[in-house]
Design a protein around this ligand. Structure first.
Ligand code: ZN
Length: 256
């Protein structure tokens, strides 16, 4: 059982990261800076005071309204802060306080950011994918986890497989089947999970995408925000990938 103080620290850190993630989710798809200007009320443009901007607590104390003009502030803000805090706590509970917890927490934060921007705008910002790729490659040098070679191979494999799917898809359907964001995203996922993890992620992402969104897409003609399903696949693969592969091998490839 890890120290309660460390778990509380992870929750606090995660909530602050989640608060920043909110800003990234809204501004990166629009090509805006996340540094300047500071957070403003979407209604009256009044800069938000630091004490109203405290994760979760600020929103609760204001009961979801701007202090100046009373405009409603979306519940999405505190929800994303709470979700990110839970992801960071889960990482510390699983790995203890250290490099692997940091790597896991950052990876899930990136996946959350990608899923949300893809859901809102059909955009996966380079900051999450290319930025995340660099973080993943760098963290492979930390003790524990996958080696730098595995990380680089995973990134190359993720990029290559999705690139081939994109080229084949375009040849078959005569329109872009997959965005460049998905390709860069899988390079990032590969850097964190290595080659086996990246393949399982693509398999799970395609499975969930076709099961969940396929019917909706066929009916409404809506584009599949594939990044959401790849993020879901990666989120399952990170903790349970090895167990899933072991189960599959023992069930289907059991020597007779
Ligand atoms: Zn306002």
């Amino acid at each position: 059982m890890p120290d309660l103080l460390l778990v509380a620290y992870a929750a606090l850190l995660g909530a602050c990261v989640g608060s920043f993630l909110n800003v990234c989710i809204y501004r990166w798809p629009e090509g805006l800076s996340v540094v300047r200007p500071g957070s403003r009320c979407p209604g009256c443009e009044t800069p938000i005071k630091w004490y109203d901007n405290v994760p979760v607590v600020g929103w609760l104390l204001l009961r979801g309204r701007c202090r100046t003009c009373g405009t409603r502030i979306s519940v999405q803000y505190p929800l994303i802060e709470l979700t990110t805090a839970s992801l960071w706590v889960a990482a510390v509970l699983r790995h203890g306080f250290g490099w692997q917890a940091l790597s896991s927490a950052l990876f899930f934060t990136l996946l959350l950011g990608i899923a949300l921007t893809d859901a809102r705008k059909y955009i996966i910002p380079d900051q999450f994918t290319i930025g995340g790729l660099v973080i993943g490659l760098a963290l492979a040098f930390a003790p524990g986890g996958i080696s730098p070679l595995q990380s680089a191979l995973g990134a190359a494999l993720g990029f290559a497989v999705l690139w081939i799917i994109a080229v084949l898809g375009e040849a078959v359907f005569r329109k872009p089947a997959m965005g460049g964001g998905d390709i860069k995203m899988m390079a990032m996922v590969g850097a964190f999970l290595g080659p086996p993890g990246v393949l399982l992620t693509i398999f799970l992402g395609a499975l969930f995408g076709s099961l969940i969104f396929g019917p909706i897409s066929l009916k409404t003609g809506k584009l599949v925000p594939f990044g959401i399903f790849l993020a879901l696949g990666a989120g399952i693969t990170e903790p349970w990938g090895q167990a899933i592969v072991a189960w599959y091998l023992s069930t289907f490839l059991h020597p007779a």
